[in-house]
Design a protein around this ligand. Sequence first.
Ligand code: DAK
Length: 257
Amino acid sequence: MPNHLIVEGPQLGVLSIKLHRPEALNALNTALLAELADTLIAAQDDAEVRTVVITGSRRAFAAGADIKEMAERDLVGMLEDPRQRHWSTITRFSKPIIAAVNGFCLGGGCELAMHADILIAGEDARFGQPEINLGIMPGAGGTQRLVRAVGKALATQMVLTGEPISARRALEAGLVSEITQPELTVERAIAVAETIAAKAPLAVRLAREALHKAEDTDLATGLRFERHAFTLLAGTKDREEGIHAFQEKRPATFNGH
Ligand code: DAK
C-alpha cells in the first residue's frame, strides 16, 4: 500500500495518482519514486487503466529530488542509485499520462511532469530546473526534454540560471497545453484523460508512439513509422467499430481489439 501516493480509480479508464509528501513539497525520494514505479507497472498490465493523471498538491506538484537524501549519496552511491531504475520504469510506461500541475514544479518534479504526454497547469504553477543552484545539473532528462519542449534559448536560460518560469510563460513556450484556475487543474486533467480513455486503445498507443518519434528521429523515419502504424490499425476491430459507428450515427464503443 503506497505511503507517499494517493491512488484512485481506475474510473472511466482513468487512474489518478496524487503525489503526497506534503512535509517536503512532494520531493521525490526513493520511496516515493519506487511507489510510483510500482503503481505504473500495475497500471501497465491493467486493461481497465487507459490513461493516468499524475498530480501533486495546490502548493507543489513536486519540488525536485529529495535534497536531504541526495546529500547522503557520494559518487558510488549515485552510480548504484536505485532511482535510475524507477525513472526508467516511468519512461517506459506506454499509456498516456496527463500531468496536472499546481505550485512548484522544480528539478526532478519538472522532469517528472515532462514525462507526461500532456501538461495542464494552474495559473500559479512555477516550472524550473534549479539544480545549478546546488552545484549539480538536471539528471532525469531535464536538459533534453526541456530543449525539445520550449526550445534551446529558454531551456538554456532556465537550466543555467536556475530561475523558474510562470505557467503563462510555460504555455507560450509550449511546455504546457493549457492553463486553468488552480482549483480546476485536476478536474480539467481528468476530463482530458477521460476523453482519451474513451478512444480506441491501440490507436492511442500507436499515435502516441508516432508522436514520440517526432522527437526521437529524423522526419523520414518518423513518417515511415507513421505509415506502418496507420496500416497496422487497419487490422483492428476498433477501426471497424469507429467507422461503423460514424456511419450509423452513434457513439463508438472501443474495446482494444
Ligand atoms: N528536497 C527535500 N526537501 C525539500 C525540497 C527538496 N527538493 N524542497 C522543499 N523541501 C522541504 C523544505 O526543506 C522544507 O522542509 P522543513 O525545513 O520545513 O523540514 C519544506 O519542504 C517546505 O519548504 P520551504 O520551507 O523551503 O518552502 P518555501 O515556500 O520557503 O520554498 C521552494 C519553496 C520550492 C522554493 C524551496 O523549498 C526550494 O527551493 N526547494 C528546493 C528546490 C530544488 O532545488 N529542487 C531541485 C532539487 S535537485 C536524477 C534524477 C533527478 C534529479 C537528479 C538526478 N537521476 C536519475 C540521476 C533531480 C535533482 C533535483 O531535483
